[in-house]
Design a protein around this ligand. Sequence first.
Ligand SMILES: [Zn+2]
Length: 169
Amino acid sequence: MVLTQAAPLRFILEPSLERLARNLRLAGFDSVCALDSDRQVLLDRARDEFRVLVFRDWEFSKEEISGLRTCQVSGDEPGQLLRDVLAAFEALSTARSGGGFLTRCVDCNSELLLLPRDVAEQRLPSATVAEAGEVRGCRRCERSYWESPYWQRMRAWFQDVLSDSSRDS
Ligand SMILES: [Zn+2]
């Protein structure tokens, strides 16, 4: 099957690329990391769910990946890996705009919902809620996200990684 450019950009990654999967989620992209070491499971899921197959250590024959969108990466520097994948699909500028930041749970890949104040108050310590501003929550794993110092640092890292100046030529 040939996918059009309009197909949503979703990813499936080999097990060793868990950290990259988390960083893609941070950018807002639907990204699953195969926990199963069965290559066929990975390939089937990529096909069934129209996901871009991202791989590094695993090798695939032409036949295996026929018709799939794929992205082979190398190295293990987290920022470089994130840049390489996004650049390969011309998604750097979209990601750089920051619109997708903290819209998806980095742990479980579910979309985040903006929590009503009373729900946020149940989930967070009251002192934290007072300073938190918007609080978003994961529907599946119930992790909560707000612009804590941790996420502010992550956002700074993210913007630095995706900025033009840090981009490799
Ligand atoms: Zn979650």
